[in-house]
Design a protein around this ligand. Structure first.
Ligand SMILES: [Zn+2]
Length: 250
């Protein structure tokens, strides 16, 4: 099967090939995560320079060859210009791209993932949400969409559903209530304030249209950031180069 596909997508990785060519990995709205070769795109005067650069959200015409797509044409839609000027924001954006590359399931419909990436980058770019807000939100929501959803409905042992006095474990990704919690055996569980539990439930279960609308105080956000990262590391067993780089800047 071969043909030309018109898709929109964001460039999540680029690999230089030889002097003038490169291969880009694109998270698309219709083909999932694909690789495509860009002939001559490294040349300064190539019309594909900005539209196929890392972080560019573009409209692509992709030609399907035997082993890989080729970028036939690309027109830039959003460049995320502001965040490219800020090294901390840029490195966080690179981390988001690394996460989505590594965690997105092998499916052709990744529109939900694309929407999450674009909206998170939009808020990072315009500064209307803080970094400390966007990072745990992106991590927890992406994990939930990619087969790593924690169970925050009720107590994992007795099933009780309460908003107060619940303990969460980044290792097992579940909650236990105060009555079931054993101080010694359950030392990897952290007691959550009610604001923190509500925020985590919001990030994981809310409708996308409301995702970026929750509010928490700074202390709660700091704990959320810590727990989200611990949960990510435990669940994926992964090392993320871009995360190490980002944290090295702080
Ligand atoms: Zn219980």
């Amino acid at each position: 099967m071969s043909g030309i596909y018109s898709v929109k997508g964001i460039v999540v990785k680029e690999v230089k090939v030889g002097e003038a060519d490169k291969i880009v990995h694109i998270l698309t709205d219709g083909l999932g995560l694909v690789s495509a070769s860009c002939k001559g795109a490294m040349r300064v005067r190539s019309r594909l320079v900005s539209s196929t650069s890392l972080l560019a959200y573009s409209s692509f015409s992709l030609y399907q060859g035997k082993s890989m797509y080729t970028v036939d044409d690309a027109r830039i839609e959003v460049q995320f210009w502001n965040l490219r000027q800020d090294v901390v924001k840029l490195s966080l954006a690179m981390y988001f791209l690394e996460l989505v590359r590594k965690l997105a399931p092998d499916e052709t419909d990744l529109r939900g993932h694309l929407k999450l990436v674009l909206n998170t980058l939009y808020f990072l770019d315009n500064g209307k949400r803080d970094i400390s807000y966007l990072k745990p939100l992106f991590e927890l929501r992406l994990l939930s969409m990619s087969g790593y959803m924690p169970d925050l409905v009720g107590c994992a042992r007795c099933g009780q559903f309460v908003d107060q006095g619940m303990y969460f474990s980044p290792q097992s990704g579940d909650l236990i209530c105060r009555e079931c919690h054993l101080p010694v055996d359950d030392s990897h569980y952290t007691l959550l304030g009610s604001g923190l539990l509500a925020a985590m439930r919001h990030i994981i279960y809310s409708d996308f249209s409301r995702l970026f609308n929750f509010r928490v105080d700074a202390a709660t956000l700091a704990t959320l950031e810590k727990l989200a990262e611990q949960y990510l590391i435990y669940q994926t067993d992964g090392r993320f180069k871009a995360l190490d780089f980002y944290k090295g800047l702080l």
